[in-house]
Design a protein around this ligand. Sequence first.
Ligand code: NAD
Length: 492
Amino acid sequence: MRMLPDADPTALADSDKVLADLDLAVPGVNRTFDVHDPATGQTIAQVPDFDVQQALDAVARADEAGRSWAATTTRHRADVLRTWYELILQNAETIALLITREMGKPLAEARGEVSYGADFVRWYAEEAVRPGGNFRDAPAGGARLLTRRAPVGLSVLITPWNFPLAMATRKIAPALAAGCPAVIKPAPNTPLTAIFAVQLAVAAGVPEDLVQVVNTTDAPAFSTAVLADPRVRKVSFTGSTGVGKALLHLAADNVLKSSMELGGNAPLLVFDDADLERAVDGAFAAKMRNGGQSCIAANRILVQDGIADAFVEALTERLAAVEVGNGLAARVDVGPVIDHRAVTRLSGLVEDATRRGAHLLTGGSAPSHPGTFFEPTLLDHVPADADLARTEIFGPVAAIQRFSRQDEAIARANDTEHGLAGYVFTENLDRAFNVADQLATGMVGINQGVPSNAAAPFGGIKQSGLGREGSSEGLEEYEEVRYYNLSLRQTS
Ligand code: NAD
């Protein structure tokens, strides 16, 4: 059995104190569910578990608070968001410890998520005062046409567990900037960070009831009831494609404005003319960030024949040197995967690929441990029909396929119903743009393994989603266009 590094005692004691100090109580919600530390399996908190009526009561409170928020000036909203941003930074270590305890990622990565998550709040503090709008003359004359942007209304925000802070701020900040109240339902594995972040928002001046955090173990009952409520006007979801489709069906009944950030199956293309070191660094980051549990993680690494041997050797070396263990350990690169189901799924994917002829070059198994860990794994010569080439791996498993021609690589890259992110590594500028233009994805990293940025529109095409988060496009998701026709008569 491989020994995995345990938590550093000081970091563990600090995080225990953060957990003990958390105020989780919600008046009137007495049922609770357990939250676990995936690095140890231990219960770390008990969180109020809303039933349907309690969720609808939260909708009512947010709706009430939203009336005066919509009437505030954009300058006021910007100032409150800026204060929230500063409070997040002041509490960065507390938030990072919470993220690591409930989600598992190494503390250094959790700190990175705090700064990434805070960036959305700062960005929308800046965007709040630029809601946009338009003015034009009617082509046939006789009128001036004006548009302005108004808040869409009560927004239901549903987030996954892989980025407990950033997925929440990426939705809450633009909703508040646009003038909307919100009900956020975090994933039940990782509710703590969102609860704390919203408490900071209230400390920053967000009205107490404006953002309701509703945690529940019955997500289908929650969405069925809440999306049918006439006070709700918007749903923004980040998570798996299957759940996204179910939510779109529910949203149809009330014709809700819908944003869907769904699953990916990102291709990462390495051409013979790539810089080897840059490509290995980029592929490593695109695969291993968050232990591979990212919707834009490189799912299929397609490498051209001329560079493939050198690339595979270098990436295998990098993966074999990765230190796996408790995210609070002093030197750890990759933490646990989220739960036992993930371990079983990853083992099954590796088994299926090797049975179909893939070569296992490093890793491949789950170390025996009370926590839920999986070894960084590299499989070469993965057949295109292997399960892990067709589904989202969502773990530290790199799957390499080889190709000879650019058109063949693009055809394989696009042979999926997903279209979130893609990556291209080449030192040839013409090839970089040609390939980026032909990849059927919403985002392309060019010689870059981590394309996310609060100032950029994050989102997918095909079954990877609808709408964008971040950038000015992310604000529009919480706005609706109002148009005024101003009649204009000639005077003399
Ligand atoms: P998931 O779809 O299982 O759950 C996401 C959220 O939806 C959780 O809060 C969950 O409780 C909730 N949920 C589940 N069923 C629901 C229902 N019927 N009604 C309402 N809510 C429901 O996904 P996950 O396992 O938490 O996250 C991993 C998935 O998220 C992956 O597919 C990943 O690609 C995707 N993801 C996408 C993006 C993106 O921006 N496109 C970002 C991060 C994660």
